[in-house]
Design a protein around this ligand. Structure first.
Ligand SMILES: NC(=O)c1ccc[n+]([C@@H]2O[C@H](COP(=O)([O-])OP(=O)(O)OC[C@H]3O[C@@H](n4cnc5c(N)ncnc54)[C@H](O)[C@@H]3O)[C@@H](O)[C@H]2O)c1
Ligand SMILES: [Zn+2]
Length: 343
């Protein structure tokens, strides 16, 4: 087992890589009552590993990352007589971690909490960084808090039950993280993504560890996303628009978004053509899409509505080279060209 600590203004988070979910109680520091928040899939597959702990299972899926779900959980917490000395653990993918972190940050003005992420996406990205949000009126993560979980236990054995499509979504975020902040992780992925995809222990541990190091470095410098942290949105401006317009999974959408942003980076940020091609090749090999089939007009409309738009410009993250990113404001006209090239 390896541990790392993220220090951020809102608190510190201990990340335990390769720890077993079986040791979860030991991380909750003598709390009187521990309540796990999970979803029905994770409860069915891994519920017995919670060792008889009280648990609340939400319905899985983005459509349930809502105030209504949070409300139902508050009600259940009251029934369970959870109080300020209780401890909440989110056990699940990025959705469960977001909802559990939000509920724990608001119930009784905040109770202690930690995470056991069970998807690769949650292990490399969503569970670390302290952002806890829910969706509202069609806007993603528009209501939320910033507060660090006390711990994050990455038990790689939990990934064994994950459908391949979900694993692929996690790889899209790992590729993103490598592209913006770690060229050597990027090379490792080029040579070894298949071992990691087969959940070979040393390979998956390296992918999670190195991705988290980049995220920790960025979050500890800019927890509130005033500058640096926006780099984590590489591929996401266009990706979110595609996700919304084409209704495809997040990882697939940001894969297309990253290729589009890399092509724009060649024109505007000096990214070498070979590196842009290398990114596209890696994503293809992993089995992620790199081009948009249809819905061009809908994607453009979604980009127009994007909250990162300032006047006529849209804020994007571009690559200077693999391992180094910067922000740029891109005009809507230029953006239309990017979306045309994507098809
Ligand atoms: N807070 C942040 O900083 C942050 C960062 C990135 C993403 N996110 C959020 O994360 C969410 C996406 O997370 P996700 O991709 O983990 O999705 P998810 O939580 O929906 O999980 C994906 C699916 O896998 C199932 N599942 C979870 N663990 C499993 C396991 N071990 N075996 C089998 N099935 C399992 C879930 O029930 C679900 O159906 C989005 O809502 C996104 O906004 C948040
Ligand atoms: Zn993402």
């Amino acid at each position: 087992m390896r541990t790392m600590t993220l220090q951020a203004p809102s608190g510190a988070c201990k990340i335990a890589l390769g720890e077993s979910i079986g040791n979860l109680k030991g991380y909750c520091g003598g709390a009187d009552k521990i309540v796990a928040i999970t979803d029905s899939n994770v409860r069915r597959l891994h519920g017995e590993k919670l060792g008889g702990m009280e648990s609340i299972a939400m319905e899985p899926g983005e459509a349930h990352k809502t105030l209504e779900t949070a409300e139902a959980i508050y009600a259940r917490l009251l029934e369970l007589e959870a109080d300020r000395s209780s401890f909440i653990v989110g056990v699940g993918g990025g959705i469960v971690c977001d909802v559990a972190g939000f509920v724990a940050s608001t119930y009784m003005r905040g109770v202690r909490f930690g995470f056991v992420p069970t998807t690769l996406l949650a292990q490399v990205d969503a569970s670390v960084g302290g952002k806890n949000g829910i969706n509202f009126r069609g806007y993603k993560n528009i209501i939320g808090t910033i507060r660090q979980p006390e711990f994050c236990i990455c038990d790689f054995s939990l990934l064994g039950t994950l459908p391949k499509e979900e694993l692929r979504n996690g790889f899209a975020e790992a590729v993103k993280t490598a592209a913006i902040g770690d060229a050597s992780l990027f090379s490792f992925l080029e040579g070894n993504w298949d071992s990691a995809f087969a959940l070979q222990r040393a390979a998956i541990e390296k992918v999670v560890h190195d991705s988290l190091q980049v995220k920790m470095r960025i979050v500890s410098a800019d927890e509130g996303e005033k500058g640096q942290r926006m780099k984590l949105n590489f591929g996401h401006t266009i990706g979110h628009a595609i996700e919304k317009a084409a209704g495809i999974p997040h990882g697939e959408a940001i894969s297309i978004g990253m290729v589009a942003a890399a092509n724009l980076s060649r024109k505007k940020a000096g990214l070498d053509a070979k590196e842009a091609q290398g990114l596209e090749k890696l994503l293809k090999e992993i089995g992620l899409p790199t081009h948009l089939g249809a819905k061009k007009a809908e994607v453009l409309e979604a980009i127009r509505k994007d909250k990162k738009r300032y006047g006529a410009k849209i804020r994007m993250i571009l690559l200077e080279r693999i391992g180094s990113a910067r922000m740029a404001d891109v005009g809507l006209g230029e953006m239309e060209g990017v979306v045309n090239d994507m098809c």
